[in-house]
Write a protein of this length. Structure first.
Lengths: 185, 177
């Protein structure tokens, strides 16, 4: 078997996955290459490690089951982000965490307290809470843009939204975080 | 390059948020988590595959369950009737004894037939002249009438036997008186 110093190209991964007796080898490469990026994307959506762990496992299982439906007109990376995003949103919905009800706010802040290091100050906790409490779509756009540093056209492919709408979403998200910070301090 | 572009974009929208985010410590995952993640995912997938194979092997033809009850009931009925017949035959001693007796008598009959066969053949070999010679020596009326009745001899043959004709004449004169 060919050995790679870094990660193999997506084309090669897909070729291996397409070969029936090498599917598992190809899939192992895929998991290795994308596990960290997808984990952080999911974790920023769901807010804590344990939930992120559940969601990423479901994401990869879904990828494995549906890899034959992957269309080569999108990048593998975009396709994976899309599945991870949908899984995160479904997870949040299953926990009834979409929206900004007081129960949800408490849940998210509770999660953040568990995740936050003892030396982190109150201001940082509040900033994290501000991001987590954004509406789903705005949080997704904010995370993809600020943390994942994706260009708008890739975010558009992941979220099925126009670039103009994404820019507006990002703008609103930042303004909401700003407003939250101002009210807390 | 993109990082700088994104930073500038954020500063334009909100310098406060940009500054706050710079102070935010990067979150961490538990130590060794990513090393274990791959194995954990693959284990889950292996389990999924096993479940899929199991469920695939558990499929049945479309109408299978519609006919299953009838099939089972008819099979049960035929098996029950066979076992009942066997039980009846075995448990009924008289029937077994009867069958054994029938077989015994048939066998005996066959053996007797086998022994009789040469005797009959010997009888066939005796010629009519030998009968006559025998009768001439040992005749008495009872025997002769029995032989005639049994059609073993023709009465005409007896005319050659003087003792028989004398005896016949004597009998007929007694009847006339």
């Amino acid at each position: 078997m060919q050995q790679f110093v870094g990660h193999p190209e997506d084309d090669l991964i897909l070729e291996l996955i397409d070969t029936s007796d090498k599917k598992d080898i190809g899939f192992r490469y895929l998991v290795n290459k994308y596990k960290e990026r997808l984990y952080w994307h999911i974790r920023r959506m769901v807010g804590n490690h344990d939930d992120a762990d559940d969601v990423i496992q479901n994401t990869f299982i879904k990828v494995y089951r549906n890899i034959h439906t992957f269309q080569y007109n999108a990048s593998l990376y975009t396709w994976l982000y899309r599945i991870a995003t949908n899984e995160s949103i479904n997870f949040l919905k299953s926990k009834k965490m979409s929206g900004l009800s007081p129960e949800i706010t408490d849940y998210v802040i509770g999660n953040l307290k568990q995740e936050t290091h003892f030396d982190e100050d109150f201001a940082i906790q509040k900033l994290k809470a501000a991001i987590h409490l954004l509406p789903e779509k705005q949080k997704l756009v904010f995370n993809l843009r600020y943390y994942d540093e994706l260009p708008y056209d890739e975010i558009a492919a992941i979220t099925d939204t126009s670039v103009g709408a994404l820019k507006a979403s990002y703008h609103h998200a930042v303004k909401k975080i700003e407003a939250y910070i101002k009210t807390q301090f | 390059m993109r990082k700088e572009e994104i930073g500038n974009e954020l500063t334009t929208i909100s310098p406060l948020v940009e500054e706050s985010l710079l102070n935010l410590k990067r979150e961490t995952a538990p130590q060794g988590y990513f090393d274990e993640l791959e194995a954990s995912v693959l284990e889950h997938i292996a389990l999924e595959k096993f479940r899929d194979e199991l469920s695939a092997s558990e499929t049945v033809p479309d109408t299978y369950f519609d006919n299953l009850t009838d099939k089972i009931m008819s099979k049960l009925a035929s098996e029950r009737s066979i076992s009942l017949r066997i039980i009846k035959l075995v448990s009924s001693h008289s029937a077994v004894k009867f069958a054994a007796a029938v077989l015994f008598f048939i066998s005996i009959g066959m053996i007797v037939q086998l022994y009789k066969q040469p005797e009959k053949n010997q009888m066939d070999a005796i010629t009519e002249q030998a009968y006559i010679d025998y009768l001439k020596k040992n005749i008495d009326d009872v025997d002769i009438s029995m032989l005639i009745q049994a059609r073993m001899i023709d009465e005409g043959v007896l005319n050659d036997i003087p003792s028989y004709t004398n005896m016949r004449d004597l009998k007929s004169s007694d009847n006339d008186e």
